[in-house]
Write a new protein. Sequence first.
Length: 307
Amino acid sequence: MTSFTKTPGWLDWYANPSKPRFKLPVGSVDAHCHVFGPGDEFPFAPERKYTPCDASKAQLFALRDHLGFARNVIVQATCHGADNRAMVDACKASGGKARGVATVRRDISDAQLQELHDAGVRGVRFNFVKRLVDFTPKDELMEIAGRIAKLGWHVVIYFEAVDLPELWDFFTSLPTTVVVDHMGRPDVTKGVNSEEFALFLKFMREHPNVWSKVSCPERLSVTGPEALNGEQNAYQDVAPFARHVVEQFPDRVLWGTDWPHPNLKNHMPDDGLLVDFIEHIAPTPELQRKLLVDNPMRLYWPEEVRG
């Protein structure tokens, strides 16, 4: 049995989240979350940039039920590299209530891709955040994208706003639906009218295959989780950005908790409070239903939507 020591200063996930005040629509999907290990069962990758706490499938499913979600989309965590076993195990154990997003390498076989598909995987993630992963050549990523397109999968891209100009040509040539993690991590101190955010909106506007997750206010916020002036408006500096994306592209947005919130440095969010954030970015029942039910079902469970 392998024993792992957490990265010094690692913040563990919030063990007793509040019950959200906001009532989720029936059938809501937490479309971005992870599992970590447990390390003694699913060892962390030797090339990882961090060693997290354990966060098991049972703990994830308990959170799902506590918050009021019906389903999960489990995204491969970078600490597991291209060893997708923990994510696949969680998908298989979900009784059809979870789909997965994998990390794969060029040498994966067609048979292995089919095994992932049968387990519930519907996408691959390409990570361009340099502090989290080592660089993968773009020709390798494009080759992978071409192969997974045949399975009807999509590509999830994780990058930071300042890097969009240099990645633009690559992103816009991908042959699949493209899902952006966390709105491309805008710098909220620059304001919703910044050139960086305008470029991101242009990216979505000009490319109808591009979707965005309007998640992770706890990663982007400067004002933080504290409600101000007696208002229930935690992470208020992020809300205008997410609301902008939801209202402009209501049929191409997703939301997720990002549990168990890897690599946060300053605070660990209350997941119940994160759910309450949703009504500040999707203010109408119609927008809430699209964000939480219709869009993720269309992308991850299309066979149920077609009926």
